[in-house]
Design a protein around this ligand. Structure first.
Ligand code: SF4
Length: 383
């Protein structure tokens, strides 16, 4: 069988390692392994060859249009086309996963396909938080569950491992993972934004005991999320789970706890106060604040004033900030979390933060891109 595989929006990775110089798409790696085991001929990256089956995987919803444009051509070249990935799923009703026999393939097939010299994957999937703007819990469930152990993810070519877990700290196996990383003398990149509300002295101590880095292993950094002014969660009252037991490490006046039925509580965290509290905790364990990067969601439910408040707070603590513009789960841009037109400050604000323009133009209101966005909005209002 002739099989084509295309990871349409797999971005170039900066690490420079790997024969395709791309961030590995784990689903494509597993599909590759599965068909290799069947003795099939693989075409990767697919480039218009005649094949029996073509797999197209997309991580980002903005690739949908490109896929739709290419589809008539692919239909002439492939007998069967299977398209999937987080960017192709339609939420909430049309969400797909890989068949079990493919999902369970050894991660080393991915390393082979992409020619990479680091381990990458998940030890835990799912997330209990259920943020309205996120597809993780819709796809993987509202409870963290173990899917692998560290040893299975190690790439024999190196001791660096990239963990894609969406909520590592909430995972009951987090401390075991850290212990294994430490004992095996691995370096680790917790690649996704961690939930800082769950951070306890035990987490901070565990983190400080290992060599953590960014993806490319060029800088020692940890990633956290600061998406909203208030973070809300419903959690089970179970002391065995970090997400509940961690509440006692947050001063009572920084959160509101509401009792629910079924042994659950709804917790609202005041992030403008919780974030500094936790940054201080990281410092106590020798993790310098500068090693911390916050992903800051903008354009979802926060105002310009709130975005500025969050940004300057993080600046005050010497944390790095990366602003991420909200786009809805089906890829629509320019709308906020309620489907209303996004505020004109959102895109210029992203440029001001990520392009480091704030270093020269301290007052965002003086930033030329913001002024021109306001000008355009005024013109539209006039007509
Ligand atoms: S905490 Fe992160 S992974 Fe979990 S639902 Fe929210 S955004 Fe998604």
């Amino acid at each position: 069988m002739r099989v084509g595989i295309l990871d349409i929006d797999t971005k170039k990775e900066k690490m420079g390692h790997g024969k395709f110089d791309r961030f590995p798409n784990l689903a494509c790696g597993k599909i590759y392994g599965y068909h290799k085991m069947q003795g099939d001929e693989i075409f990767y990256p697919y480039n218009g060859e005649r094949v029996d089956r073509l797999y197209v995987s997309t991580i980002f919803s903005w690739s949908r249009q490109a896929i739709k444009r290419m589809l008539p051509l692919w239909e002439q070249l492939a007998d069967e086309i299977i398209i999937g990935g987080s960017g192709w799923d339609e939420y909430p009703n049309n969400v797909h996963s890989l068949p079990k026999e493919i999902e369970s393939m050894d991660p080393r097939w991915t390393y082979d396909l992409y020619g990479i010299d680091y381990g990458i994957g998940y030890t835990v999937r799912g997330c209990h938080v259920g943020c309205g703007f996120c597809m993780v819990w819709r796809k993987e469930g509202l409870k963290e569950h173990r899917v692998s152990h560290i040893e299975r993810l190690i790439n024999p070519k190196s001791n660096h491992i990239v963990l894609l877990n969406n909520n590592s700290f909430a995972d009951i196996g987090f401390f075991e993972d850290v212990e294994e990383i430490r004992q095996r003398k691995l370096t680790v990149n917790w690649n996704q934004a961690n939930d800082i509300t769950i951070l306890t002295p035990r987490h901070a101590e565990a983190i400080s005991s290992v060599d953590f880095y960014n993806f490319a292993k060029t800088e020692r950094t940890l990633h956290f999320a600061f998406d909203q002014m208030f973070k809300h969660k419903v959690i089970e009252k179970d002391e065995n789970y970090p997400t509940y037991s961690s509440l006692k490490h947050i001063p009572a006046d920084m959160m509101r706890i509401e009792e629910l039925k079924d042994n659950k509580v709804k917790v609202s965290f005041d992030m403008m106060r919780v974030v500094p509290e936790k940054l201080r905790l990281l410092s106590e364990f020798g993790i310098r604040k500068r090693k911390v990067t916050f992903y800051m969601l903008i354009g979802y439910d926060t105002t310009l004033e709130e975005d500025l408040e969050r940004f300057w707070l993080l600046q005050q603590y010497d944390a790095n900030v990366y602003a991420m513009m909200f786009r809805d789960l089906n890829g629509k841009v320019g709308v906020d979390g309620r489907g209303n037109k996004q505020s004109p400050h959102v895109q210029p604000f992203r440029d001001w933060v990520n392009g480091k323009a704030f270093r020269n133009v301290r007052n965002f209101f003086d930033f030329d891109r913001y002024q021109s966005a306001l000008g355009k909005q005024r013109q539209l209002t006039l007509f």
